[in-house]
Ligand binder design. Structure first.
Ligand SMILES: *Cc1c(COP(=O)(O)O)cnc(C)c1O
Length: 391
């Protein structure tokens, strides 16, 4: 039986001296809520991805809410979205007054299928929420063309895909409102946090107001004016502020982004090579126009079903390795199940039944990866139905 020290976690944030020093400096500075360090993080990320504006908030859920609201989504507008995503994507649509309409994914990329999205359009659809799932950019060219042709709002949920590139540019750099998450499960972390990249000057100003109670000027601007400026409230807002304590962690993480991307890519290359020899396992597919940031490493076992995946997860756990079942369709959640009985999403269902996530994170060692491959190979031998020999 594996003991605690040789347990391999699914993920582990990479926090070291740089983050500690950054947090310490903020705590000692006398300004610990949202202020100059948050502004620095926003400017660094806007510059990195090549976008005019970035607004830091307390989660990607909040960032998505602001993306839809500032894009002009109205109460009752339908929004096309994959069901192969976390509840947070759809929570934000509902918070912004939208009504989610689920469309199927491409089973190779696990991303929204532009053909399925177009087939789901009707006169009440006003927006598409494309999710760059599991760290891989979706087929952006197709969605940009579709949105333009039909006059739709396009919002990119890149919560898991900060650092991934599409046609040589980071996600966020393609002209659409784009959202990142800084939860520890994602690429870089601020413990909790998120950001929305915006392209429209009006949207940027509105998002900054909305995140801070709707106030026309920020605490920082008022402070810099020595209290001589007074805010007004053009519309009600929220408290979606990221703090400078968190932003300091984010700046330290951002300095490690290139190393993180490189380490994850090397780990994925190792897994890919190992699973190329195991025909039961389909490694992640990466289309030529995209780079994967491997915030997670997802494999598909076409011969598996939910019961078999459960047994494989148990086998991995017994070997001291934490894995996770793939993303489950939102249409099965109690909130949607009743109203979505008729919805048929075969690829979303197949991904749910046949996929699992393996450990990947900076700090995962080669010997640990070898153990993961060995354990999965053994689990597949034991748990998958044996092919019938033809003679
Ligand atoms: C994690 C995640 C979110 C939500 O992020 P939070 O920062 O936890 O709000 C939204 N969309 C996707 C695709 C995610 O993976």
């Amino acid at each position: 039986m594996a003991n605690f020290t040789d347990h391999i976690p699914l993920l582990k944030p990479w926090i070291d001296e740089e983050e500690l020093q950054g947090v310490l400096a903020v705590l000692q500075s006398g300004w610990i809520s949202q202020g100059p360090v948050t502004q620095q993080l926003e400017q660094a990320i806007a510059r990195l991805v090549g976008a005019p504006h970035a607004v830091a908030v307390n989660s990607a859920t909040s960032a998505l809410h602001l993306a839809f609201q500032t894009a002009g989504l109205r109460r009752g507008d339908k929004v096309i979205v994959p069901a192969h995503t976390c509840m947070a994507t759809v929570n934000a649509i509902v918070m912004a007054g939208g009504v989610p309409v689920f469309a199927d994914i491409d089973l190779r990329t696990y991303n929204l299928d532009p053909v399925a999205a177009e087939a789901a359009l009707d006169d009440e659809v006003r927006a598409i929420c494309v999710v760059h799932q599991i760290g891989l950019p979706a087929d952006l060219d197709a969605f940009v063309a579709l949105a333009r042709r039909r006059g739709l709002i396009l919002v990119e949920d890149a919560a898991t895909a900060f650092g991934a590139k599409y046609r040589g540019r980071y996600l966020g750099g393609h002209g659409n409102p784009t959202v990142y998450s800084f939860h520890p499960r994602k690429m870089i972390t601020t413990a909790e946090g998120g950001m929305v990249v915006l392209w429209d000057d009006g949207a940027d100003e509105q998002a900054r107001r909305l995140r801070s109670a709707g106030a026309s000027i920020s605490d920082l601007v008022r402070h810099q004016a020595r209290g001589t400026l007074q805010q007004t409230y053009p519309e009600p807002g929220y408290n979606y502020r990221l703090t400078d304590v968190q932003a300091a962690i984010g700046l330290a993480q951002l300095r490690k982004l290139d190393r993180m991307l490189q380490l994850r890519a090397e780990q994925a290359t190792f897994y890919n090579a190992a699973f190329a020899r195991l025909e039961e396992v389909v490694p992640p597919y990466v289309p030529p126009e995209a780079t994967h940031c491997y915030s997670s490493y997802c494999v598909r076992l076409p011969a598996a079903n939910e019961g078999i995946i459960t047994r494989i997860l148990e086998h991995m756990a017994a070997a001291g390795i934490s894995c996770r079942r793939g993303i489950q369709p939102l249409t099965r959640e109690p909130y949607f199940a009743e109203s979505h009985r008729h919805v048929d999403l075969p690829n979303t269902e197949a991904a749910a039944a046949q996929t699992l996530f393996l450990p990947i994170f900076p700090g995962l060692t080669r010997p640990q990866q070898e153990r993961v491959v060995e354990a999965l190979t053994e689990a597949v031998r034991r748990c998958l139905p044996r092919p019938i020999a033809v003679c």
